[in-house]
Design a protein around this ligand. Structure first.
Ligand code: ZN
Length: 310
């Protein structure tokens, strides 16, 4: 039984309209689902991804309106890595992000790192892999240079060695050298790294809340049993409508989720109109009119780009 790399990464935003502008307009991802927090339907849960909203390219944000900026520390993911095809793609993003007023840092190994408007750190990594590129359509981002899905995530830990037995035993992560692992299934893979720190983090805007690993539908219940048998405390299976989930902390404190690869985002709206309309869990549908008035209006970057505006 193997996990199919990263399913999604979930982070926190204090500024939902600015978040849509950055991820959909600047980075060129598709807003594939505009939903609400299942525990508080007056705030958004936004999902961005490739054109189909596949597991492997899905970054999601909980909206905590006007949240204070956080800071990644031990037990938190601090950098989200994305695959791109080539060094030409790195050049494209260096200039596009620069034109938008973002500082970038290019490393000797070819990576390009930057932070989103709330301080969440990303790296674009030229990657040779046979995994299918997961790309969104965007009129200003040619397919050859577009983000292709997750390369991996880097987390902070006091002592990365503490997690090793759990990652390799319970989750079948494959050790790849010092504090790095590959998580590869039949279709896709992703990487997981630790960097050592003794600093405590502070949750808040611009920090990662959790990372979800992808499970084939039929393996999900068995993963839960394995996690529990290894001494972690997984939640019961929770129905997130677009996938089913369990959550638990790994020994270094990073919040992990294991999410099923289906049924996917087209379960409640047609694939060609993903993310255009507010998607509500069935029990909140009766509140739609009220919620649509309370939620912050978001830019429709697709329509704006299609009609030639910003
Ligand atoms: Zn999640």
């Amino acid at each position: 039984m193997k996990l199919e790399g990263i399913h999604h990464v979930t982070a926190i935003t204090g500024d939902a309209p600015g978040n849509v502008d950055f991820y959909a307009r600047v980075l060129g991802l598709r807003l594939v689902k505009k939903s609400v927090n299942q525990d508080d339907p007056t705030v958004y849960h936004l999902f961005y991804g490739d054109e189909r909203g596949d597991p492997g390219a899905d970054i999601t944000f909980f909206e905590y309106p006007n949240a204070r900026p956080g800071r990644a520390g031990a037990g938190m993911v601090h950098t989200i890595g994305w695959r791109v095809a080539s060094s030409e793609a790195i050049g494209f993003w260096e200039s596009r992000l620069g034109d938008e007023g973002f500082e970038t840092e290019r490393y000797p190994d070819g990576r390009l790192a930057f932070r989103d408007p709330e301080g969440l750190r990303h790296a674009l990594i030229p990657s040779a892999t046979d995994d299918e590129p997961l790309i969104a359509d965007h009129p200003q981002v040619p397919k050859e240079v577009a983000l292709q899905g997750f390369n991996g995530v880097r987390a902070y830990a006091h002592d990365p060695e503490q997690s090793r037995t759990f990652l390799e035993g319970a989750l079948s992560f494959e050790h790849h050298g010092e504090a790095s692992w590959e998580v590869r299934g039949e279709e896709r893979g992703g990487l997981y790294f630790y960097d050592q720190t003794d600093e405590r983090g502070v949750g808040g805007a611009g920090t990662v809340h959790h990372v979800a690993w992808a499970s084939p539908m039929d393996d999900h219940e068995a993963w839960r049993e394995r996690v529990e048998a290894a001494g972690a405390s997984p939640t019961p299976v929770i129905d997130r409508f677009y996938f089913r989930s369990i959550y638990f902390r790994e020994p270094s404190g990073v919040l992990f989720e294991i999410a099923t690869m289906g049924p996917g985002f087209a379960v409640d709206e047609p694939a060609e109109h993903l993310g255009e309309r507010l998607s509500l869990p069935p029990n909140y549908e009766q509140l739609r009119d009220r919620l649509e008035q309370v939620l912050t209006p978001l830019p429709d970057t697709r329509r704006q780009l299609a009609t030639g505006g910003r």
